[in-house]
Design a protein around this ligand. Structure first.
Ligand SMILES: [Zn+2]
Length: 324
């Protein structure tokens, strides 16, 4: 049964206590701080409390340690170090686009290397920790720690190497797809789709709003037009549209029909972004209604969407973190 969620008046930040992973690598510029941390765990530079919980509630402890506490992934040939597929690299905390695959190069250093960032997406600050003079790189949008940037090494024409932790990034392949799903209050729907393997990014928003200044309370009270939806970006090589819609049907079966039918903003809907998606979703919906005759799920192409304010993002995850 789906229940409505009331937002907390104050978002209290709960810091996760996690241990650092130490590296034995001897040849890369990110290595030095770690070796010094070995002798004193208390020396770990911390930024706890400086990132909004909307950006961190969905992170794993390892990702949180890198993005918030400025830890470093161990050097590895895995992760995104040797990935050269065409696509984009987004911030794992806030989803902002940071790097494109055409700026990625082989630095053989154990971390993902880029020779240029998306304009304005990456902020540089001086990092004089551990007796070294380095330049730290952060996501401009959320302040999440990415890694460090090095100049003058001569790798590529830009003479610049952004040395970035895999934990700070999510790779979005060129063929990624986006759909928007409405199913009751969008907080719960976001929590459901965040857990689906192959989903790259989710955010809450409103489809069909009359203006871009959303008032969710008015919307839920029936005083404003629009349907609460979740934007779902997914990798079709990891989860097909058919399987994603199956997840939706599964969620629909557990949602109170009185809720979705009595409040227009909570109407069940699947909004597609391509004609191909529309064909597939219409067919799946037809099949579903054959055995679920009372279904009120609608579908159409997306025509109007506004992202909800930060306080409406990752709400279920935030509340879950607060209860711990
Ligand atoms: Zn970010």
């Amino acid at each position: 049964m789906l229940n409505t969620i009331r937002l907390p008046k104050q978002c209290t930040y709960i810091a996760l206590s996690v241990m650092m992973v130490f590296s034995a690598c001897k040849s890369e510029a990110q290595r030095s701080p770690q070796s010094k941390q070995d002798s004193s765990h208390n020396s770990k530079k911390t930024m706890e409390g400086t990132m909004r919980p909307e950006f961190t509630a969905h992170l794993t402890p390892k990702e949180y340690d890198v993005l918030v506490n400025k830890a470093t992934d161990p050097p590895s040939e895995g992760g995104y170090t040797n990935l050269f597929d065409e696509g984009e690299y987004h911030c794992r905390a806030c989803g902002a686009l940071l790097y494109k695959s055409d700026s990625k190069f082989k630095a053989h250093c154990g971390w993902a290397a880029f020779d240029t960032e998306v304009k304005g997406a990456v902020k540089r600050i001086a990092d004089n920790s551990y007796g070294m003079v380095r330049t730290e790189i952060l996501c401009t949008n959320c302040g999440g720690h990415l890694g460090h940037v090095f100049e003058g090494e001569g790798y590529t024409a830009t003479n610049t190497r952004h040395c970035v932790n895999t934990s700070s990034l999510v790779f979005h392949p060129k063929n990624k797809q986006t759909i928007y799903v409405g199913l009751g209050q969008f907080y719960n729907t976001q929590a459901i789709f965040q857990k689906v393997n192959g989903v790259l990014y989710t955010e809450t928003g409103v489809a069909g709003a009359e203006n871009s200044s959303l008032n969710i309370a008015e919307l839920e009270a029936g005083k404003a037009k629009g349907i609460e939806v979740v934007k779902v970006e997914f990798d079709p090589t990891k989860i097909s549209l058919e399987k994603l819609i199956a997840e939706y049907f599964n969620a629909y079966s557990s949602v109170s029909s009185s809720l979705t039918q009595s409040i227009p903003a909570f109407a069940p809907i699947i909004l597609t972004t391509t004609p191909e998606q529309s064909v597939t979703v219409s067919k799946l919906l037809e099949e579903y209604k054959r055995t679920n005759a009372t279904s009120t799920i609608a579908t159409s192409m997306l025509s109007n969407y506004t992202k909800a304010e930060l306080e409406h993002q990752n709400v279920v995850r935030k509340q879950s973190a607060l209860r711990k």
